[in-house]
Design a protein around this ligand. Sequence first.
Ligand SMILES: Nc1ncnc2c1ncn2[C@@H]1O[C@H](COP(=O)(O)OP(=O)(O)OP(=O)(O)O)[C@@H](O)[C@H]1O
Ligand SMILES: [Mg+2]
Length: 247
Amino acid sequence: MAVRGLGVSFAGRAALSGVDLDVAGNALTVIVGRSGSGKTTLLRALNRLNECFDGCRTTGRVLYSLDGHPLDIHDRAFPVTELRRRVGMVFQTPNLLPLSIAANLTMPLRHVLGMGKAEAREATREALVAARLWDEVKDRLEAPAKTLSGGQAQRLCLARAMALEPDVLLLDEPAASLDFMAVRAIEELLSGLRERYALVVVSHGLGSAARMADHMVVMRRGQVSARFAAAELARGESLAQCMEDVF
Ligand SMILES: Nc1ncnc2c1ncn2[C@@H]1O[C@H](COP(=O)(O)OP(=O)(O)OP(=O)(O)O)[C@@H](O)[C@H]1O
Ligand SMILES: [Mg+2]
């Protein structure tokens, strides 16, 4: 995906302006920045979710290849349902359905991908294994999803997003309700996922971001204030110094 000159405003107030971003396939792009700098808004711009808010206005282009043809995602020829299936998102706060753990996966699999019962059950198991949640829930799949802990709920949302087989996976703070060990586990998990997806991950943990990222983008007041490539991220000290100026 290629973002060019993106601007987003809510009720006339700019949340993003002049944002350029290239989302590479098979790579992990991490977005960092202060609270309110526009990270979530940028993620939502990639699958047109900002449009769900009244008074939101988007300008600029987001180019994405549909069947080999680069198309602006705002183009009428690009159905928004297709866009959202291809560009999956896991939100900052887990948004589970008030159903069982299993149904949170089988429902969308059956309704969005049109799978039969048995196929959906198998895809559910695979997604839970991939999200490293299977062992914790395999004996309670029919329990309400609301009985999960915060970190488990987040991994269930991740499993659900992956099960729908997107090309691009947007993750807003996937480590927000996780403990230290779980953060390391999710870093490992995400690092492995880049073999299958283009990943865009918002992270508050700078160390975590630097360990995982192929590219890092720093947002500041709705604009990109710096970009770092993996080689620069590996140089811990100079990165810390740079960050003081751009964060
Ligand atoms: N639906 C909305 N309606 C009005 N203003 C919004 C809306 N969504 C975001 N904003 C505003 O846009 C700006 C950027 O918000 P955004 O949620 O993108 O920040 P963020 O970088 O994700 O912050 P955090 O790290 O706290 O999650 C903020 O000033 C916010 O108040
Ligand atoms: Mg946010």
